[in-house]
Ligand binder design. Structure first.
Ligand code: GAR
Length: 218
C-alpha cells in the first residue's frame, strides 16, 4: 500500500454564505479538531463580511450574484458548477439566504446541510425569533437539517435550545440562538466528516440511531 492510500482522505466542505458569516467563523475555528477542510466559501452577495473572514483564514472565495441570472434555475446551475470544481464531500449552508431549486437540492442529496434559527419543525421560513415571541413560546433555538425540496423541511439532525425570558426581544433571542449555532454546526459537520452521519430513507442517521433523539438544552 502506498503512503497516500494509507492516509484517510480528509472531508472537504464548501460553505455558502450571504452575510456576516459568524457560523462560517465557528466552522473555520473547529476545522482542524473536527477533521474537515473548508475548500471554498461562496457568497451570493459581494459585500458579505464572511468573505473577509474566509480570506483571513486563507480560504478561496467566490462571489456569484443571483442578480446576474434571469431565473432561479440558471443561477443554481452555475452555482453547482462552481461548487463542483472543489469536489466537496459536503456542502454547508451557513446563512445562505436563497431558496434552492429542486434540481440543485437533488444533485446534492445527502450531502447538503443547513442551519436554521428555530426548533424545527416549528417556524420554518423567515422572521423566526419574532414569531417565537409572538406565539408565547418558552423554548426557542436552532436546528441543523439535511436539505430536501421542502423549504426548511428536510430531516433534522440536531437541535439546541434556549429559554425565552421575560424581556427578550427578537434581537436578544437572535444573539442567544447564534451562540448555540456556533457550537451546534461544527459538531454536526464533524459527525459527517468522521463518517458517523448520513441521510437514508428520508431520515438523518447518526451511527445506527435515527436523529434527532433529543433537544439539547443550551
Ligand atoms: C443564522 O442565524 C442562521 O441560522 C440563519 O442566518 C443566520 C446567519 O448568521 N439562517 C437562516 O435564516 C436560513 N434560513 P451568520 O451569517 O452570522 O452565520
Amino acid at each position: 500500500m502506498s503512503i497516500s492510500e494509507s492516509i484517510p482522505k480528509q472531508c472537504s466542505i464548501v460553505v455558502l454564505i450571504s452575510g456576516s458569516g459568524s457560523n462560517l467563523q465557528a466552522l473555520i475555528d473547529h476545522a482542524e479538531h473536527g477533521g474537515y477542510a473548508i475548500r471554498a466559501v461562496i457568497s451570493n452577495k459581494a459585500d458579505a463580511y464572511g468573505l473577509t473572514r474566509a480570506a483571513e483564514a486563507n480560504i478561496p472565495t467566490s462571489v456569484l450574484s443571483h442578480r446576474e441570472f434571469l431565473s432561479r434555475e440558471a443561477f443554481d446551475t452555475e452555482l453547482a458548477t462552481l461548487i463542483d470544481q472543489f469536489e466537496p464531500d459536503l456542502v454547508v449552508l451557513a446563512g445562505f439566504m436563497r431558496i434552492l431549486s429542486a434540481s440543485f437540492v437533488n444533485h446534492y442529496a445527502g450531502r447538503l446541510i443547513n442551519i436554521h434559527p428555530s426548533l424545527l419543525p416549528k417556524f420554518p421560513g423567515t422572521n423566526t425569533h419574532q414569531r417565537a415571541l409572538d406565539e408565547g413560546e418558552e423554548l426557542h433555538g436552532a436546528s441543523v437539517h439535511f436539505v430536501t425540496e421542502e423549504l426548511d423541511g428536510g430531516p433534522v439532525i440536531a437541535r439546541r435550545s434556549v429559554s425565552i425570558e421575560a424581556g427578550d426581544s427578537a434581537e436578544s433571542l437572535a444573539a442567544k440562538v447564534l451562540e448555540q449555532e456556533h457550537q451546534l454546526y461544527p459538531m454536526v459537520v464533524s459527525w459527517f466528516a468522521n463518517g458517523e452521519l448520513r441521510m437514508a430513507d428520508g431520515r438523518a442517521i447518526h451511527s445506527s440511531k435515527t436523529l434527532p433523539d433529543t433537544v439539547h438544552a443550551g
